[in-house]
Design a protein around this ligand. Structure first.
Ligand SMILES: [Zn+2]
Ligand SMILES: [Zn+2]
Length: 391
């Protein structure tokens, strides 16, 4: 066994206990006060230069190597979700209505322990490691863009950026990656339909926004099926419809909330016009009106070809060639994309699903939990990615 693997394994209990501590005390995006204090103190104890309160609750650590060289960014996200945890575990969330249901507790713990190991090896580093503990990944506009605005890519200037996400759709210990687009652009919209309320028994004296909303939901799917080239992936989902209070009253208004996922920015730019045109004209056809608000969210995450090859090489060393997988693109969004718009780098999945242990629930489920045995693997990936660049 090589010395880094040995070192990581000797810290297995530590990485698990940090993860459980963070899991037990989840905090929402830009409110990660306890979590960021924990990170700050830990990094300071490792003798690492630390800057807190970046983008409100983010933390940036800097490990300066013995010699000058490139600066490698390693990034973890630290926020939880507004979900009530249903797991019965000793480290169950004590914060009501909040839960680490995406694995960001694991991301944070892996990067903390990786930082400790890297700080012990700073004499071997030709260049710097910038440790980014990013607040608020789950809620757009997230912490990545805010951290960039506050200058985390400068002083010293970041040359390459890497990050990973635990994945409960992939068996534990498998590393999944692809070059090019890995995750989708994630946009959202709101449609307010105005009708005219009245008695449920006299529809002819009203304009029914519920019927207009229903027609609109169906009509919007023709954007996907009839207006976009079938070889360009796109998803349009209405996640919320709200209208009315009782069974016998035609309401005044209806509201629809939805998301659009695309894999390229050019296509994404064409969608608001389509949603507006269809919504407004469907409403008009039924004597109502519609107003659309459209918001562009996280851009597609693009992995650099060369850096992807580099990560694959490291992964083959860490988990073995047979455990490195070429994965398909995901229609999910990830704000690591903003860092990778600025500098080359790569983002990858670390499989964390273990059916035998019952750890196979999807991300964002109230029953989500992952196989902690993979935490040392993630820490080892971080350490070896950085050390490999700064050799
Ligand atoms: Zn998530
Ligand atoms: Zn996530």
């Amino acid at each position: 066994m090589d010395r880094i693997k040995e070192e990581v394994l000797s810290l297995k209990d530590e990485v698990i206990s940090i993860r459980r501590d963070i899991h037990k005390h989840p905090e929402l995006g830009f409110h990660e006060v306890r979590t960021s204090k924990l990170i700050e103190n830990y990094l300071k104890d490792c003798g690492i230069e630390v800057k807190g309160n970046v983008a409100k609750t983010g933390v940036v650590g800097l490990i300066r190597g013995k010699e000058e060289g490139e600066t490698v960014m390693l990034r973890a996200d630290i926020d939880a979700l507004p979900i009530e945890e249903m797991n019965n575990v000793s480290y169950k969330s004590v914060n009501k209505g909040l839960m680490h249901a995406c694995g960001h507790d694991g991301h944070t713990a892996m990067l903390m322990v990786a930082a400790k190991i890297l700080s012990r090896h700073r004499d071997e580093l030709k260049g710097n490691v910038k440790l980014i503990f990013q607040p608020s990944e789950e809620k757009d506009p997230g912490g990545a863009i805010k951290m960039i605005e506050e200058g985390v890519m400068e002083n010293p200037k970041v040359d390459k950026a890497f990050g990973m996400h635990l994945g409960n759709m992939i068996p534990a210990g498998i590393i999944g990656i692809k070059d090019g687009v890995l995750t989708a652009e994630a946009d959202r919209f709101k449609i307010v339909i105005k009708g005219k309320g009245g008695h449920g028994a006299y529809p002819h004296t009203s304009v029914d926004p519920v019927v207009i909303a229903s027609e609109t939901v169906i009509a919007l799917q023709t954007i996907v099926s009839r207006e976009v080239n079938p070889i360009d992936p796109i998803v349009l989902t209405i996640g919320k419809i709200q209208s009315g209070d009782v069974f016998n009253v035609i309401p005044e208004n209806a509201e629809l909330l939805g998301t659009v996922r695309t894999l390229n920015k050019k296509l994404a730019q064409t969608i608001p016009e389509k949603i507006k045109r269809i919504s407004e004209n469907v409403a008009k056809a039924f004597r109502g009106s519609a107003e659309v608000e459209y918001h562009f969210g996280y851009p597609p995450l693009i992995n650099d070809e060369k850096e992807t090859k580099y990560v694959i090489k490291i992964a083959e060393d860490v988990v073995g060639k047979e455990h490195v997988l070429n994965v398909p693109v995901s229609m999910g969004g990830e704000d690591m994309a903003y860092f990778l718009e600025k500098v080359p780098g790569a983002f990858f999945w670390l499989g964390s699903m273990n059916k035998e242990k019952g750890l196979d629930k999807p991300h964002h489920s109230a029953y989500f939990d992952f196989d902690e045995d993979v935490l040392p693997i993630g820490a080892e990936m971080h350490v070896k990615i950085a050390m490999g660049v700064l050799k």
